[in-house]
Design a protein around this ligand. Structure first.
Ligand code: AVI
Length: 308
C-alpha cells in the first residue's frame, strides 16, 4: 500500500469539507479518461491551445531572431504525451535540446522515442522527478525556455502557482523564459459544460479516484452512491469539482470509517481561471516579467511568454 497516498486520502477525508488531492486522478485509467476529455466538444482548453500554438511558435521564432538568440533549450514541465510540444518544435527551429520533466518516466520514454523519430536533430532528455519543486537539470549553453501548457497551473491554488513559478525560475536559471497556457475567466455557460460534459466522461474521471482508493487502499466506496458535480465559483474564479454523496452512508478505507450525510461532498479539484493581467501580477510576484500574451478567439484561452 502506498503510504503517502493513504495518508493524503485519510487526512483529506478527515477535514470538515472532505477533500482529495487532484494529483491522484492520474493513474493509467485516469490518464486515459483525461485524454478522452481532451477530445470532447465541450472541453475547449485542449483544442484551443493546440490550435494557437503554431502561430505562437512562429512569432516566437521571429522574437528570438530579433533578440539574437540562436539556440534554445526547451524544458517541458509535467510533460506527459508530448502532444503540445510538437507544433512548437515544428516552427521554433532554434530549439536544439528538449528536456521532458515528469514524475512518471515510463510513459514519457515511449512518447519521447516517437519525438526522436520526428525530430532526428534534436537532443532529447527525460528527467524524472517532482517538477513542482526546483529540479537539478544540466543547463546547456543554450537559452533555457520552460514550457507548461494545458492550463495545468490552474489546478494549483494561487499561492502554490506562485511557488511553482518561483521553483521553475530556480530550475531554469537566470536569463530564462517560460511559455505557459492559462485558461481565462469567462461565462459560466462555457465553463460549466467543459467540466460537466454530456457524455459523462468527466464524471468517470472524477469517480475514478474512488475506484483507485477502493483498489489501492482497501476502500469500499459504492460509486453508484456518489455523483459528479462541477460548478463555477465566480467569486474565487475557479471551477470546483466535487463528488456528492447521494445518501447518508459510511465508507471505510484501510479500516478507518468515514460518515457521509446525504448531499455532503468531497472536493476533488479546483481549476482556476485568470484574466491575463491577473496572471501577470501573480507571475511577477515569482520574479517573472510578462513579455507577450497570445489570446485565442474571444479571449477564451491565453498563452503567455514570461522572462526573467
Ligand atoms: C489538467 N487540467 C488542466 C484539467 C483542467 O481543466 O483543470 C483537469 C480537468 N479536470 C476536469 N476536466 C479536466
Amino acid at each position: 500500500m502506498d503510504h503517502v497516498f493513504l495518508q493524503d486520502v485519510l487526512a483529506g477525508l478527515r477535514l470538515p469539507q472532505k477533500a482529495l488531492p487532484p494529483k491522484y486522478f492520474y493513474d493509467q485509467q485516469g490518464s486515459a479518461y483525461f485524454d478522452q476529455i481532451c477530445q470532447l466538444d465541450e472541453y475547449y482548453p485542449y483544442r484551443t491551445e493546440l490550435g494557437l500554438l503554431p502561430e505562437v511558435a512562429r512569432e516566437l521564432k521571429h522574437y528570438f531572431e530579433r533578440a539574437s538568440v540562436s539556440s534554445l533549450q526547451l524544458v517541458e514541465f509535467g510533460a506527459g504525451s508530448l502532444h503540445k510540444v510538437k507544433p512548437v518544435l515544428e516552427e521554433l527551429s532554434m530549439v536544439d535540446e528538449f528536456v521532458a520533466l515528469d514524475i512518471s518516466g515510463e510513459h514519457l520514454k515511449e512518447a519521447s522515442s516517437d519525438l526522436a523519430e520526428a525530430f532526428p536533430q534534436l537532443t532529447i532528455k527525460v528527467v524524472q522527478g517532482d517538477f513542482t519543486q526546483p529540479m537539478q537539470m544540466e543547463l546547456s549553453s543554450a537559452t533555457p525556455m520552460g514550457f507548461f501548457p494545458g492550463s495545468t497551473i490552474g489546478n494549483f491554488e494561487p499561492e502554490e502557482a506562485v511557488e511553482f513559478l518561483r521553483n521553475a525560475g530556480t530550475t531554469l536559471g537566470e536569463e530564462s523564459y517560460l511559455l505557459l497556457g492559462v485558461d481565462t475567466k469567462k461565462d459560466r455557460a462555457i465553463l460549466e459544460p467543459a467540466y460537466n460534459d454530456s457524455k459523462g466522461v468527466t464524471a468517470l474521471f472524477n469517480k475514478n479516484i474512488l475506484t483507485r482508493i477502493n483498489r489501492e487502499l482497501d476502500g469500499n466506496f459504492d460509486l453508484d452512491q456518489f455523483e459528479h458535480t462541477a460548478i463555477y465559483n465566480q467569486q474565487l474564479g475557479r471551477i470546483e469539482m466535487h463528488l456528492r454523496s447521494l445518501t447518508k452512508q459510511e465508507v471505510s478505507i484501510a479500516g478507518e470509517r468515514f460518515q457521509f450525510a446525504e448531499g455532503e461532498t468531497i472536493h476533488t479539484e479546483n481549476s482556476y481561471k485568470y484574466h491575463p493581467e491577473e496572471f501577470e501580477r501573480l507571475a511577477s510576484r515569482a520574479g517573472w516579467s510578462p513579455e507577450s500574451v497570445w489570446l485565442a478567439a474571444d479571449g477564451i484561452f491565453a498563452i503567455m511568454l514570461l522572462r526573467r
